[in-house]
Design a protein around this ligand. Structure first.
Ligand code: ZN
Length: 74
């Protein structure tokens, strides 16, 4: 079986040389993008849940109250 010289970093998804030279260090921006990509389904679900909440009476009141508080501060 063919074994690639490169493999993806488990933390950031970058293609990393198995020999370890040069030593791989995750770039913070790449790591964040990789983690956000892994959470994309949960993020999409959260957006749906927030939209559903904001459509309820309680959600509409919370939205109105937040807007009122922002107006008072400015
Ligand atoms: Zn990495």
């Amino acid at each position: 079986m063919f074994k690639s010289r490169f493999m993806p970093c488990q933390a950031c998804g970058a293609s990393v040389d198995r020999s370890g030279r040069p030593r791989h260090e995750c770039l913070p921006e790449r790591r964040t993008d990789f983690e956000m990509f892994g959470l994309r389904d949960e993020i999409a679900q959260l957006e749906v849940e927030v939209s559903c909440y904001l459509a309820t009476a309680s959600g509409r009141f919370s939205s109105w109250l937040a807007a009122r508080q922002v107006r008072r501060r400015s």
